[in-house]
Design a protein around this ligand. Structure first.
Ligand code: FAD
Length: 435
């Protein structure tokens, strides 16, 4: 039974169905290493594995537990692409910087699923494709344009007409859409715990309940002293992978991301007949509009659905009413089913709606800002950060290094974000009423 208030992590469906958590302790001594990574989520742990497998000593410091950030709470959709289309990314970064990034975007889902196989990760991985549903002609035209742009860089996206998308989703809600075959889903907390298991096996030291409080330059040597108050780590280099949970440890960083919330619900395991009608091929679904709605099955046939949440970390049942109604609008057959799980977490929104790899100094790398797309992109960012430290070529260190803009009036971000959500909902309604 869901308690009030709802804790966004321990109330998650994933918390009940994940593989066992890795055994980790708090840091309570002073140690030395090559690289310290702050944050044990998808980004930090992918970077840790890659570095450790390339003869680098790595320590990961995590404020809570492995996967306790967004990585253990998310929708588990392994998707492709960013908020800008391929052509817009070229305009944004310039051709030379955009090319390796675009190539990396195209290979994102396959890379994630290949690594899951390579490391024998138990995380309910299913490569069943991603359906993007359009509710207005404007959104459909946008999707068709994106499909053409992706085709030019080597990713074939299948366009779906009204009848086909109705068959693939079991919903009459969409006028058309697209299908991207290499995408799919994972159990996100299992994926993150399995990343930690692989990292530990590779020699990475992971400390939980070890929030970094200060990051200081070493007095007489190159590198950093990273302190949790109880213990400290001396390291040559620091990677910051804290995404929506970024605090004030790194001066000025907090102002570069707004921690928006996303919430999810999961049904009871649906009867076989219903599973044959709703998303019969177990593809993942995203309804493309300003306020996206997303959904998928878990391994036991529970349908999970998610959208935006209120700007706080603890939720109450009322917060989920609109989401459930939206889910029933799309799949009327859900009327009357039991909703067994309610949860949510933080994602990081950036000013330009793109992730960033920021290097304030050569020995401090910051990778975050996935704007809700961090399962695939966070995995890739972790690899890109490691590749940069390992001084690999641009194909691997594909993420352009940029200086992200700050949000002016960041102190008022909760009010600002709430207003933007209301505005976006209104604009969605207007667009749909005109269609
Ligand atoms: C409800 C929800 C649904 C989502 N669905 C999807 C989806 O289906 N597909 C998708 O691609 N993306 C999705 N996302 C986004 C995705 O989950 C994130 O982008 C991704 O998990 C980010 O991973 P990360 O490792 O960078 O950060 P996180 O997993 O958030 O980890 C950051 C970690 O840093 C730690 N930390 C912070 N400060 C400190 C400190 N001072 N010291 C030590 N540790 C610290 C935190 O405790 C946290 O564990 C969703 C997000 C949410 C919230």
């Amino acid at each position: 039974m869901t308690q009030f208030p709802i804790d966004g992590f321990q109330s998650a469906l994933w918390f009940d169905t994940a593989v066992t958590a890795p055994s980790t302790e708090p840091l309570n001594e002073d140690i030395t290493t090559d690289v310290v990574i702050i944050g044990a989520g998808i980004t930090g742990l992918n970077a840790a594995i890659e570095l450790a497998q390339n003869a680098t000593n790595v320590v990961v410091l995590e404020a809570g537990v492995v996967g306790g950030g967004a990585s253990g709470r998310n929708g588990g959709q392994v998707n492709v692409g960013l908020n800008l289309s391929p052509d817009a990314l070229v305009a944004h970064y310039g051709q030379a910087a955009a090319e390796p990034l675009l190539a990396a975007l195209v290979r994102t889902p396959q890379t994630v699923f290949d690594r899951i196989k390579q490391f024998d990760m138990v995380c309910d991985a299913e490569q069943t494709g991603w359906i993007q549903g359009a509710v207005t002609p404007k959104r459909l035209a946008e999707q068709q344009r994106q499909a053409e742009e992706f085709a030019r860089i080597g990713l074939q996206i299948e366009e779906l007409d009204r009848a086909t998308i109705a068959r693939k989703t079991g919903s009459g809600n969409y006028i058309g859409g697209s299908f991207i075959k290499p995408c799919g889903s994972i159990q996100p907390l299992s994926y993150t715990r399995e990343l930690a298991r692989v990292a530990l096996d590779a020699g990475v030291k992971i400390y939980s309940h070890s929030a970094v409080q200060t990051l200081k330059r070493r007095a007489e040597h190159a590198g950093w002293i990273v302190s949790t108050g109880v213990g400290q780590v001396c390291a040559e280099q620091v990677l910051v992978c804290t995404n929506g949970y970024t605090d004030s440890t790194v001066s000025g960083l907090r102002q570069k991301v707004v921690p928006a919330r996303s919430i999810q619900v999961a049904t009871e395991p649906l009867p076989a007949g219903l599973q044959e009608r709703i998303l019969p091929h177990r593809s993942t679904l995203v309804e493309k509009r300003r306020m996206v709605l997303y959904g998928r099955y878990d391994r036991d046939g529970r349908l999970t659905m998610g959208d935006h949440g209120p700007m706080r970390d603890q939720f109450c049942l009322d917060d989920f009413t609109d989401l459930k109604n939206r889910a029933i609008d799309v799949f009327p057959e859900l009327e009357g089913v039991r909703w067994d799980y309610h949860w949510g977490g933080r994602l990081a929104i950036t000013k330009d709606r793109l992730p960033f790899l920021f290097a304030p100094t050569a020995d401090l790398l910051i990778g975050m800002g996935y704007n809700g797309r961090g399962v695939g992109m966070g995995s890739m960012m972790g690899l890109a950060m490691a590749s940069r430290l390992l001084q690999r070529d641009v194909e691997h260190a594909f993420m352009p290094v940029t200086t992200p803009d700050e949000f002016v009036l960041h102190a008022f971000h909760e009010i600002g974000a709430t207003m933007i959500i209301r505005w976006d909902m209104l604009m969605d309604r207007l667009e749909e009423s005109r269609a």
